[in-house]
Design a protein around this ligand. Structure first.
Ligand code: FES
Ligand SMILES: [Fe+2]
Length: 439
């Protein structure tokens, strides 16, 4: 994140803290509960959101040098990724062209030739078939036509992207829309893998990503853990087409107030969380980044698998070799024992099918964005329905409006160096008002 943006974000959070307001989605929304429980819906999601759309399958640090490989089977399509001597990332269907078995069974490693254990047909890391035992016995084949089936692959900003359809197209500008500037400046292409976790729990994959979509629960669900280090109930939020960026507020922000903004570092007072459509959440800490990839199960809408990779700047890791274990223990424990455990209980209750909708609050804007984006991608372009007046009337209180006004004034004072009267006039004349279009 470039420094002027870091300053803007920190000022925004300070303004919200001072005014006692949160980012406002502009209205309550009702979100259908069957998106978490319906088998048909899940099958549609698996096809449209996962099989038909480019997938982030890891980070550059998962293929740390020429001759390395990585396998992936998160969506029922076995994939083999390689980094060639030329540094280029390639992806293939991890399936032998003879009779089809998976060729490489290791998760990752260094190997430039891949030999099928059935009859030892051998491929190089560009996918070419380079060896067929007893070729004269086997029969006449054109090896040049029998390389591994190649899948579209790209590497950008430190992310590895694959399309699971051999004829699919990866438009990296669209995949990273709105976040290119931030991602370019973080330098994640240099990061190395520290450790990883696989979390298999009884909750829909969207309940996993939902846990990264608001700070309303920090002082409640995380009262004995994160609440010690975070201010809940405030949030810097921007959505960009299918993606978004939210920045949570750490208590370190309190010390930044007295320091010149020129020296501010966003990760000292904030905790950026990026969402890449449809299932990637990148958590940015002072130590490194935790990249969560949430996947639907093939059969059960009430089960999902989260793959969490922890990546570090190499010199930071060298200076603190314990960082991966510490980061994974802290982050992983809170996610699994608090967020995901709560999500499992949500799944259990929604499975009963009696609660038809859940309510997305004005202070849960990222959830509005997730679910409206999914609906649109799945062919239902309408936003989640607005809540009944009985649900939303309380939110129209004078106090909330006054609070929002104060936050807007504070933000204007800080970013534009104008006084309160000027800010009031500006608000009045231009109609500037911190309301997010939840549609
Ligand atoms: S199936 Fe792979 S070599 Fe025969
Ligand atoms: Fe949480």
């Amino acid at each position: 994140m470039r420094h002027p943006v870091q300053v803007e974000v920190i000022q925004e959070l300070i303004s919200q803290l001072d005014a006692g307001v949160n980012f406002d989605a502009g209205g309550l929304r009702l979100s259908p509960a069957d998106v978490y429980t319906s088998r048909e819906h899940m099958a549609h999601e698996r096809q449209v959101l996962f099989r038909d759309y480019p997938q982030v399958v890891g980070m550059s640090g998962d293929l740390p040098g020429p001759g390395t490989f990585l396998t992936n089977n998160d969506l029922g399509v076995p994939v083999l990724l390689t980094r060639g001597a030329d540094g280029k990332v390639r992806a293939f269907l991890n399936s032998c062209r003879h009779r089809g078995p998976v060729i490489e069974h290791e998760k990752r490693g260094k190997r430039s030739r891949f030999s099928c254990r059935f009859h030892a047909w051998t491929y190089n890391n560009s996918g070419a078939l380079i060896g067929v035992p007893m070729e004269d016995h086997f029969g006449d084949i054109d090896k040049a036509c029998l390389g591994l089936i190649e899948l579209p692959a790209a590497e950008r900003y430190g992310f590895l992207v694959v399309h699971l359809d051999p004829d699919g197209v990866i438009d990296t500008d669209a995949v990273f829309e709105g976040l290119a500037d931030d991602f370019e400046s973080w330098g994640w292409d240099r990061y190395v893998l520290g450790t990883e976790q696989t979390v298999d729990m009884k909750m829909n994959w969207k309940l996993a990503t939902d846990t990264f979509g608001e700070t309303y629960h920090f002082k409640r669900l995380h009262k004995d853990t994160l609440a010690g280090n975070f201010h809940g109930d405030v949030l810097s939020y921007r959505s960009y087409a299918r993606n978004h960026r939210m920045v949570l507020c750490k208590k370190g922000i309190d010390e930044m107030r007295g320091q010149p903004a020129s020296g501010w570092n966003v990760v000292a007072g904030g905790f950026p969380v990026y969402f890449l459509f449809p299932n990637i959440v990148i958590n940015v800490s002072e130590r490194g980044i935790a990249v969560v990839r949430a996947y639907p199960d093939a059969e059960d809408p009430g089960r999902s698998i989260s793959q969490i990779g922890y990546y570090f700047e190499p010199s930071d890791l060298a200076a603190n070799p314990e960082a991966p274990a510490e980061f994974a223990a802290g982050f992983g424990r809170v996610v699994m024992e608090e967020d995901y455990a709560l999500a499992v209980s949500t799944q259990t209750a929604l499975n009963a099918g009696l609660q038809k909708t859940v309510i997305l609050g004005r202070n849960e804007a990222p959830l509005h964005h997730y679910h409206n984006t999914f609906r649109k991608a799945l062919g239902d372009g309408t936003p989640a329905p607005a809540a009944e007046p009985a649900l939303s009337s309380g939110a129209q209180s004078r106090d909330r409006l006054v609070g929002q006004f104060k936050a807007a004034i504070n933000a204007l004072k800080q970013t534009r160096q104008i006084d309160s009267l000027g800010a009031l006039l500006a608000l009045h004349v231009t109609g500037i008002y911190p309301v997010y279009d939840a549609g």
